[in-house]
Design a protein around this ligand. Structure first.
Ligand code: 13P
Length: 251
């Protein structure tokens, strides 16, 4: 049985001082999560990564992006060795905001996933369709391409380390969460694609989360469902109160 994962993506929110304030007093929450076999994670801004890493334990701290090369003339980027040096072992890849604003293609996502796996780090790979694609019935086609290119030609032993997040772009930050039926259908479709690529054992062990307008009021309908392994949460992960409510609703 796969354990549940509750992951906060802070996006471009919280200064270092605000991240530190969040980290203080988090230990009860971490203990509660671990006693119910729930993995907690947070992806803060780059500047707050080290702060959260130093001032928390028992929680996965992830970057929101990473470059696939280790160094070079890539202004504004950070690399895997930089993350490793400060003890970070996970990174979001292919978030729709980066796909939209920063030309993050499926091919680049693939290179980043390969680089992370080389270092035994966890890629949290985001996939999902735009509103236009959804309305044109292209969801499965788009998501399949994202999965097939992103996860192409990997060592199958590594694939189960990847966490996939299905985040329909039209549901992110809009308050329009996808229905549980849609989330389930697409997530089980993703699992079938992974099975086709890497076999049943890998497909059964890989974690697939839902993301998009998840809140304390709706998280249980997703996570009390065996097909959906957790949630990647933006806005509702920003306060300790709301983050802890999200956890309490799923345990
Ligand atoms: P919201 O929960 O704010 O809709 O954001 C979802 C998201 O993009 C998480 O990565």
């Amino acid at each position: 049985m796969r354990n549940k994962i509750l992951f906060g993506n802070w996006k471009m929110n919280k200064t270092n001082a605000e991240a530190l304030e969040f980290a203080n007093g988090l230990s009860d929450l971490v203990e509660l999560a671990s006693s119910h076999n729930v993995v907690l994670g947070i992806a803060p801004s780059y500047l707050a990564l080290e702060t959260l890493k130093k001032h928390t334990s028992g929680i996965v701290i992830a970057s929101q992006n990473v470059h696939y090369l280790d160094h070079g003339a890539y202004t504004g980027e950070i690399s895997v060795p930089m993350l490793k040096e400060i003890g970070i072992n996970a990174s979001i890849i292919g978030h729709s905001e980066r796909r939209t604003y920063d030309n993050e293609t499926n091919e680049k996502c693939h290179l980043k996933i390969v680089r992370l796996l080389q270092e035994n780090m966890i890629p949290l790979y985001c996939v999902g369709e735009t509103l236009e694609q959804f309305e044109n019935g292209l969801t499965k086609e788009v998501v399949e391409e994202q999965i097939r290119i992103g996860l192409n030609n990997l060592d199958s032993a590594d694939v189960s380390k990847i966490i996939i997040a299905y985040e329909p772009v039209w549901s992110i930050g809009t308050g329009k969460n996808a229905s549980v039926e849609i989330a389930r259908e697409v997530i089980s479709f993703i699992r079938n694609v992974v099975e086709d690529m890497y076999g049943l054992n890998v497909a059964n062990s890989i974690h697939i989360l839902y993301g998009g307008s998840v809140k304390p009021e709706n998280i249980d309908s997703y996570l009390l469902n065996d097909d959906i392994d957790g949630a990647l949460v933006g806005g509702a992960s920003l306060t300790k109160e709301s983050f802890s409510l999200l956890l309490k609703k799923i345990i």
